[in-house]
Design a protein around this ligand. Structure first.
Ligand code: HEM
Length: 182
């Protein structure tokens, strides 16, 4: 099984039932009632109503101390109590991609405190980041989060904090899809 490349298939079958789907910025995507995540390959695949492909990649901006802290406290996906999920495909603007690596890191970590803010919500929120930009996909990132109903309010608080940051001013497409495991 390929553990690097995944297809997120929007359709009417799959173990995650869509409870809401909101285009916060940019073009919406076609509504679906279920999402399925499967191990895949780079071969173009048109399954379901839409298919979004993402790759598990190396860290770009995280320094050793943060990495060690993350590894020590973060939880894996698939916990039985984590019955809620959010699938949030994100694209950043050309202005973001025209910045140098060190400028992007400064915006994410020094000015927007992405990791520092996020860390407060671990281990309650389990997360996984998939990269899509380099394989010609419509989004740059596919983000996936799983949490228990008791942590749903905390997740909203985290999103509110991140969406106010300078980093988010570079987000030009964001679809917020919420799910419940059935
Ligand atoms: C990237 C942590 C929540 C969206 C990252 C990175 C870290 C991180 C460490 C950098 C990875 C690297 O070095 O390449 C966290 C933690 C969270 C959290 C601990 C707590 C749950 C979120 C949320 C969203 C999000 C709620 C979106 C709704 C992203 C995106 C990137 C990213 C799009 C890639 C940014 C880029 O490379 O330009 N996150 N995050 N994160 N995160 Fe989060």
């Amino acid at each position: 099984m390929n553990t690097t490349i995944f297809d997120f298939i929007g359709d009417h079958t799959g173990e995650w039932k869509v409870t809401s789907m909101i285009a916060l910025k940019g073009e919406p995507i076609e509504p679906v009632s279920r999402i399925k995540k499967i191990s895949s390959s780079l071969v173009p695949s048109n399954k379901g109503i839409w298919t979004l492909k993402g790759i598990v990649s190396n860290l770009r901006y995280t320094e050793k101390e943060d990495k060690d802290n993350l590894v020590a406290i973060q939880e894996d996906l698939g916990r039985s109590e984590a019955t809620l999920a959010a699938f949030i495909p994100i694209r950043k603007s050309e202005a973001w991609w025209n910045l140098a690596q060190d400028e992007r890191r400064k915006i994410m970590e020094n000015k927007s405190q992405h990791t520092q803010t996020g860390m407060k919500y671990l281990p309650a929120i389990a997360r996984k980041l998939f990269h899509s930009r380099d394989i010609g996909e419509p989004f740059d990132f596919l983000t996936w989060f799983e949490y228990a109903p008791t942590d749903a309010a905390a997740f909203e608080e985290l999103l509110e904090a991140l969406r106010k940051t300078e980093e988010w001013s570079y987000v030009d497409r964001e679809i917020d899809i919420r799910l419940v495991r059935i």
